[in-house]
Design a protein around this ligand. Sequence first.
Ligand code: NBP
Length: 484
Amino acid sequence: MSKPDSLAQIGVVGLAVMGSNLARNFARNGHTVAVYNRSTARTDQLISDFGTTGNFLPSKTVKDFVATLERPRRAIIMVKAGPATDAVINELANEMDEGDIIIDGGNALYTDTIRREAEMSAKGIHFVGAGISGGEEGALNGPSIMPGGPAESYESLGPLLESIAAEVDGVPCVTHIGPDGAGHFVKMVHNGIEYADMQVIGEAYQLLRYAAGMEPAEIAEVFKNWNEGDLDSYLIEITAEVLSQVDAETGKPLIDVIVDAAGQKGTGRWTVKAALDLGIPVTGIGEAVFARGLSGAREQRNATIGNLPGGELTTLEALGVDRGQFVEDVRRALYASKLVAYAQGFDEIKAGSDENNWDIDPRDLATIWRGGCIIRAKFLDRIKEAYDTNPGVESLLLDPYFKGEMGDLVDSWRRVVILATQLGLPVPVFASSLSYYDSLRAERLPAALIQGQRDFFGAHTYERVDKPGAFHTLWSGDRTEIPS
Ligand code: NBP
């Protein structure tokens, strides 16, 4: 291919929905964009549909694609996460030189990103794993971007990413998160929080629908109203939209014709697996992932629906519960459970950062998640303020603002969990988050008994509250205690 007249500041490999929207976003913001897709049809489609909306340099081969990039070359990969990403990285690296930058904008597992960064670094190529949130709409109009990789590469990449990212109060929703896999780790936990956030909204809907007996359109109004206050967020906003949608074919609320089996692509599961390895309880995210799993276990549900005893169930009316108070209690239970999910997610990020020496600043996340991404919410400003006030706060829930909020929410939260239990309605995240909260508050946990059991069957020893050291009781002997 002959050298083009002008070179591209950025290239995009992989032109499915995310890649083509990202390429259009770069072009709309004045950049010349090199584009390449394995099957040429997608490249041709992009150029035929949007070629006149900006400067695109299409290529049919990776070699030609790399030749159209200005130095240091910057190429963003937007292909299916997994082996496809490795294949594309290697193809690009073969054509690139030292100092060039490969950015993986897909949803890669952060440990893959750590490995890839090391492999590329050995070749002198900068590898940046960048979490990109906001779905296809965000990619086109302004995503929240979480780039990891070498800080040095951000100097050349940062201004480009800032030009296409969402903006809140004039601040772009992108910043360098930390070395190697930090960006993808943070994006993974972001997605985990998203799972919990969606599930608590689902539990609130379920209670309003089946405990309070409200119709979807009525519940949509409740969510619209909630979106004016503390819960103001993208997910609450779209919930109202979904609930007010009527199915054109049947005239029923759309929600009633959608199969109640939730899909998942894996980032929620990864968040929980990583949390288990780090020893961080992310109960809200975990229950949300399990709830999706249970919803999709069709054969098991077909066998169990209507076929398991439920005990003496009752109704709101029989319990003399005021409907208006119940709706407000549900709002508060949702808010409290959501705060727990965020607090747990930030705990996991801190633990991941400590484990990998990433030095992630939680304030950055609270800032760049305010726009462009799926979990954007008004209360992220409060999270930033909490970390501004006390960067080392042991739990977000201890921040004076959130502690005050919890004081206002906790009674309602308990009432909702009790009522849901009496009514036989599942609230896995509401209930487990409350138990987590009470566990944090508890002066004594049953872990003392567990230590006793462990010592009994495995001589694992225990510590005493009244003196230092490890001890073992001779359980099968005379049951005296010996120091270990
Ligand atoms: P997909 O995840 O559906 O991937 C399709 C793209 O991957 C096509 O361009 C395809 O090329 C390319 N590809 C595959 Br598959 N195997 C390849 C290979 N061996 N070599 C080269 N190219 C290959 O696209 P998407 O939904 O646009 O998502 C792109 C990335 O962004 C993914 O990692 C995804 O997880 C992430 N992400 C998606 C969203 C979202 O809302 N969809 C949000 C945030 C992040 P072809 O046309 O030749 O088959």
